[in-house]
Write a protein that binds this ligand. Structure first.
Ligand code: MN
Ligand code: MN
Length: 315
């Protein structure tokens, strides 16, 4: 029986609390031969507007991910039999210099995507998604965005800066990286600066579901709506951990109350089975603000595992 060449440590040999921390205890490998999915960190938080700290996101997510197991009992798929998974390590970044970091991320992510490897990013703040989209759009053309986030991140600028974590998806549309008509932003809530804040997203062409609308839809109706928009297009799923309520995920840069529980988030993700997932990230995990037991990092690790399972259903 020939399984995938790379797989996580066997928990019956080396217990889950032991060993060097990589994502899901997968081997740290940078040679892409025989790799189906690569987890990697982008430890960058210069794009934040409020609390920093997400530069420590990847290490916290890796640590929490030691608890993950291979089999998904709802999707009925063994993630590590279906996919040869590695931890590629962290991409190089330049603290304080967002455009230089974007160039570094593009340079180092390109060979991963060119090799047909499924990229699974651990942020970092939400500014890191832009260079990921640049690389993936070069391979797939304009992508369908499925964003779960308390914020739409479609402002034009902030403190005179065009690039920061609140402008990512406006820049992505301007650069032709996304097909807004095929994209759905969901979970938006909390006070905004002006009445037209979410109108900007709609004018860009995105479908926007505020948290009240998303909650009223529920997972199955949400997934039907998403499938209707994305069709067979290559999807980029971007999960900002502030989609979760701060009671469940306090460790984040810009928390908003009245958010979703981890159980609700998992249900929304599981309902998306069948979409053509080309890449994904989980961003805005800020460990210095996390609570006892690191619930935010644990939630982020499990969201990544849910995304791997979606990919494993359709490798
Ligand atoms: Mn965001
Ligand atoms: Mn957010």
């Amino acid at each position: 029986m020939q399984g995938p060449p790379y797989r996580p440590l066997d928990a019956q040999v080396i217990p889950r609390f032991a060993g060097i921390r990589t994502f899901m205890r997968a081997p740290h490998v940078t040679n892409l031969d025989g790799v189906d999915a690569a987890a990697y960190g982008i430890p960058f938080d210069t794009g934040t507007s409020y609390r920093t700290g997400s530069r420590f996101g990847p290490e916290a997510i890796r640590s929490a991910s030691a608890l993950l197991r291979p089999y998904h009992p709802v999707h009925e798929v063994n993630v590590v039999d279906a996919l040869s998974i590695v931890d590629y390590g962290d991409l190089p970044v330049s603290p304080g210099d967002i455009e230089r970091t974007y160039a570094q991320v593009e340079d180092t992510l390109t060979p991963i995507v060119d090799a047909g490897v499924f990229p699974l990013a651990m942020g970092g703040d939400h500014s890191v998604t832009l260079p990921e989209l640049r690389v993936l759009a070069r391979r797939h053309g304009p992508l369908a965005l499925v964003q779960l986030d308390a914020h739409a991140d479609t402002w034009d600028s902030y403190f005179g800066q065009k690039y920061f974590h609140g402008t990512t998806f406006k820049r992505a549309v301007e650069e032709g990286l996304l097909d807004p008509a095929a994209s759905v932003q969901a979970g938006m809530r909390g006070p905004v600066y002006a009445a037209d804040d979410l109108e900007v997203s709609r004018q860009l062409g995105f479908t926007v579901l505020q948290s009240e609308e998303l909650r009223a839809l529920g997972p199955e109706a949400y997934a039907r709506l998403v499938r209707g928009r994305v069709g067979e297009r290559a999807v980029f799923l971007s999960f900002d951990v502030d989609f979760l309520d701060p009671a469940f995920a306090p460790g984040t840069g810009t928390p908003e109350i009245a958010g979703f529980s981890t159980a609700e988030a998992v249900a929304f993700l599981r309902a998306l089975r069948g979409i053509n997932l080309a890449g994904c990230d989980v961003v805005e995990v800020s460990p210095p603000y996390d609570g006892p037991g690191q619930p935010t990092a644990l939630a982020a690790a499990n969201v990544l595992w849910e995304l791997l399972a979606l990919r494993a259903l359709r490798p």
